[in-house]
Design a protein around this ligand. Structure first.
Ligand SMILES: [Zn+2]
Length: 228
């Protein structure tokens, strides 16, 4: 009981301190993502750093640290000690993220394992605006130029008024100008061919982007390769 109380106090301190860290500019650490595995080491979710620490404090998760191809697991205290040792030995790596709590610093874990969760991963990629933009690389599929999200729209390849569906295969990213020029026509009718055939992604486009970053390299141990 006492231990649980201590944990929640530390959790509150760390959370409030993390909020102040965010305000003072060291945003990258708190904005990192953490891969959550189920009890059987299968990747099930990508969660926030804050959520990952909450689960660690509540002893519902442990850190899985990959080093030289070996997995080591740590509870919160063990992970904190490991970080202190690493700091003392001057062995911090540039791609690591650290956050400062009231009287200690702790490394942001990249992977945690939910020790009591045994549901299987959901493979369906969410069909939404953000994922369509990510799938198409924020590139208008008609003129080929790249834009930021507010300058982009979703275009129905087969227009909605003619029975076109809201599906991965019929929705593409289009700039506002191209969307207006195309109007209620098909690409063929408008003489505006698509850059590529729109397909349903096999894996979350955001996850793909994260996997390409060196700091999330350890995720590759838990996420199967997919070929496009
Ligand atoms: Zn365009």
């Amino acid at each position: 009981m006492i231990q649980a109380r201590q944990h929640s106090t530390t959790s509150t301190k760390l959370a409030s301190d993390a909020a102040s860290v965010q305000k003072t500019g060291s945003q990258t650490a708190m904005q990192s993502a953490v891969l959550a595995l189920n009890r059987n080491y299968m990747a099930v979710h990508v969660i926030s750093v804050r959520r990952a620490f909450c689960l660690l404090f509540k002893e519902q998760a442990e850190v899985i640290h990959v080093e030289d191809g070996q997995y080591q697991s740590y509870d919160f205290e063990g992970w904190k000690d490991y970080g202190e040792l690493k700091t003392d030995l001057g062995e911090r790596e540039p791609h690591e993220d650290w956050i400062r709590a009231v009287n200690f610093e702790i490394q942001v874990p990249r992977v945690i394992r939910l020790t009591t969760y045994d549901r299987l991963p959901k493979n369906a990629v969410k069909f939404n605006r953000r994922n369509v933009f990510l799938r198409d690389g924020h590139r208008c599929q008609y003129c080929g130029n790249r834009y930021s999200s507010p300058q982009l729209s979703l275009d129905h390849v087969m227009p909605k008024c003619r029975g076109g569906l809201d599906t991965w295969e019929n929705i593409v990213c289009a700039c506002l100008d191209c969307n207006v020029s195309k109007g209620g026509r098909t690409p063929l009718e408008a003489g505006m061919p698509l850059l590529q055939k729109p397909l349903k992604p096999k894996r979350s486009p955001l996850l793909n982007r994260q996997l390409a970053q060196p700091k999330y390299e350890s995720w590759q141990h838990f996420i199967p390769q997919v070929s496009d």
